[in-house]
Write a protein that binds this ligand. Structure first.
Ligand code: DHK
Length: 144
C-alpha cells in the first residue's frame, strides 16, 4: 500500500480564490489539492486532503492521521494557528510529523498573527510563498 500524507486545512480556507486575494492569492483550495495530488502521485504517495471550519474536526483528523499510519501531516490551521492549545495538544499527542503551512507570512502581518501554537510542535514551517507553501512542505514531507 502507498504511503499517505494528510493535508488538513482550517477555517475560511474553503473561501480561497475569492477571499482577500491580495493576501491569499487567486488559487482555490481545489487548485492546491490538484497540484499536491499530481506531485504526490509522481512520488508514489497518496494525499488525503481535507478542510473544515471546525476546530474539533481538525483535532479528530490529526488523531486519524496517526491511526491511518500517515507518513506526515501538512497543517494549515488558519486562524486556529494563533489560538488553539487543543490543536497544539493534538499534534503533541501523535507521533506523525506535522508541517505547518501558511499561504501568507503571518510574521509580516498583524501582531496577533505572530504567535503560533502549531509552531510549538511543528517539525518545520512553510509560510509566505502563497499556494507554493504547500508544495514546499510536501517536498519536505516526501524527504522524510
Ligand atoms: C490563513 C489564515 O486564515 C489566517 O488566519 C492565518 C493563514 C494565516 C495563511 O496565510 O494561510 O493567520
Amino acid at each position: 500500500m502507498a504511503d499517505i500524507i494528510f493535508v488538513l486545512n482550517g477555517p475560511n480556507l474553503n473561501m480561497l480564490g475569492t477571499r482577500e486575494p491580495e493576501i491569499y492569492g487567486m488559487d482555490t483550495l481545489d487548485d492546491i489539492a490538484g497540484r499536491l495530488e499530481d506531485k504526490a502521485r509522481e512520488a508514489g504517495v497518496d494525499i488525503d486532503f481535507r478542510q473544515s471550519n471546525h476546530e474539533g474536526h481538525l483535532i479528530d483528523w490529526l488523531h486519524e492521521a496517526q491511526a491511518a499510519g500517515a507518513k506526515a501531516v501538512l497543517l494549515n490551521a488558519a486562524g486556529f494557528t494563533h489560538t488553539s492549545i487543543a490543536i497544539l495538544d493534538a499534534i503533541k499527542a501523535i507521533k506523525v510529523p506535522v508541517f505547518e503551512v501558511h499561504l501568507s507570512d503571518p510574521q509580516q502581518r498583524e501582531p496577533f498573527r505572530h504567535f503560533s501554537y502549531v509552531g510549538l510542535a511543528a517539525k518545520a514551517v512553510f509560510a509566505g510563498h502563497g499556494a507554493n507553501s504547500y508544495e514546499l512542505a510536501l517536498d519536505a514531507a516526501l524527504q522524510l
